[in-house]
Design a binder for this molecule. Structure first.
Ligand code: HEM
Length: 139
């Protein structure tokens, strides 16, 4: 009769499978590539669904109150001396519509491309915190 040595250690192929490592437990909500948890994303989408039917009204409320506070921003919508009202009014809608597109975008690469593109448009038009500070210093 052969003598079997019984150990606690598994042998052969089984040893590379068992015992399995316990995966690291992540405490708390898991965030997606953009840093949102599932419930944050859900809340954001639901909030956007409430706003979407009134895009134009909210867009105007937010953008015109912004221009009331940061009144020099209106100069970004001038063609020479004249105020380009069409560009200013459509921006009030475009700006909120853009937030909607960002909220609905699931692909983080597209999200990044969209924000980069928007940043480029605004730096081309010299819109940004640094430009506003420069204007304030000149006043
Ligand atoms: C988070 C805030 C903002 C968002 C999401 C936003 C969004 C947009 C979008 C979607 C466009 C159109 C881009 C395109 O046609 O490719 C645009 C253009 C523009 N935005 Fe904004 N904007 C913001 C803030 C501002 C502010 C504060 C100003 C200036 C006071 C401004 C001035 C302009 C100008 C001058 C253009 C170009 C308009 C034209 O080509 O007719 N934006 N913006």
């Amino acid at each position: 009769m052969s003598k079997e040595i019984i150990t606690n250690r598994p042998s052969g192929i089984a040893s590379s499978i068992y015992p399995k490592r316990i995966p690291k437990i992540k405490v708390g909500a898991i965030k997606d590539e953009l840093g949102f948890t599932l419930s944050e994303r859900l809340a954001l989408r639901q909030a956007w669904n409430l706003i979407r039917p009134f895009e134009r009204r909210y867009g105007q409320d937010v953008f015109y109150s912004f221009l009331n506070d940061m009144y020099w921003g209106i100069n970004k919508f001038r063609d020479g001396r004249d105020l380009n009202l069409k560009a200013m009014h459509s921006h009030a809608l475009q700006f909120i519509h853009f937030f909607g597109l960002l909220i609905e975008e699931a692909d983080p690469v597209m999200f990044q491309l969209m924000t980069n593109d928007n940043n480029l448009t605004h730096s081309r038009c010299k819109v940004g915190i640094n430009q506003e500070i420069k204007v304030l210093q000149e006043v």
